[in-house]
Design a protein around this ligand. Structure first.
Ligand code: HEM
Length: 167
């Protein structure tokens, strides 16, 4: 009986690489809404679908986001990239945006608090953007994030705030 149970037991995270495991709560598809602002623009709202996925035993999480204008469902910004957590609690993220902008983000994560904090180490091919920070926090079943940016004319200010639920 015991041997039979052992034979049937598949560890739930068996194929998740050890560095991905602390952030395994992210894996899946998330949907929600957000609001955008910046001192130089008119505030706006959007809907969003985020996806975090991984390949068995690879030390990386694939990330993608698509957004739509609320009410009209007209596509807005999209981006995708790779999250590379390290065993020491640091994390490196690369993101390619639909606008052509490329980001390398570096930061830290706390698996218990379910928080990831990122700050741009590199912003490339951008006409205005100088710096980007991103904070993701999971709580009460919701994944919330805040994005701030600095441009050539404006220092670091909030641009995006959203909360999403796993579907
Ligand atoms: C405006 C960058 C994400 C929608 C802007 C501006 C920049 C920018 C540089 C112009 C600000 C200015 O002229 O002073 C970024 C960056 C993003 C990002 C770096 C990601 C890190 C998004 C997303 C959406 C969005 C996800 C939609 C859901 C808009 C809109 C405007 C804007 C609607 C105003 C456009 C206008 O009024 O001309 N963004 N953006 N952005 N962004 Fe973003």
């Amino acid at each position: 009986r015991k041997a039979e149970m052992a034979a049937n037991f598949i560890p739930p995270l068996a194929t998740v690489h050890p560095v991905v495991q602390p952030l395994a709560f992210l894996l899946g598809t998330w949907r929600g809404q957000g609001e955008g602002s910046f001192p130089t623009i008119t505030p706006f709202t959007y809907s969003e679908e985020l996806n975090f996925s991984h390949s068995p035993n690879k030390p990386v999480i694939a990330y993608s986001s698509k957004t739509w204008k609320l009410n009209t469902n007209q596509p807005m910004h999209a981006e995708s990239g790779y999250w590379r957590p390290q065993i020491d609690g640091t994390i490196e993220v690369v993101i390619a945006q639909s606008t052509g902008l490329a980001e390398v983000q570096k930061g830290t994560f706390d698996a218990e608090q379910r928080i990831v904090k990122l700050k741009s180490a590199l912003v490339g091919n951008a006409s205005k953007v100088k710096q980007i920070t991103r904070v993701f926090k999971m709580g009460n079943g919701e994944l919330c994030y805040e994005v701030k940016m600095a441009t050539n004319l404006t220092d670091l200010q909030p641009h995006l705030k959203a909360s999403l639920k796993k579907i």
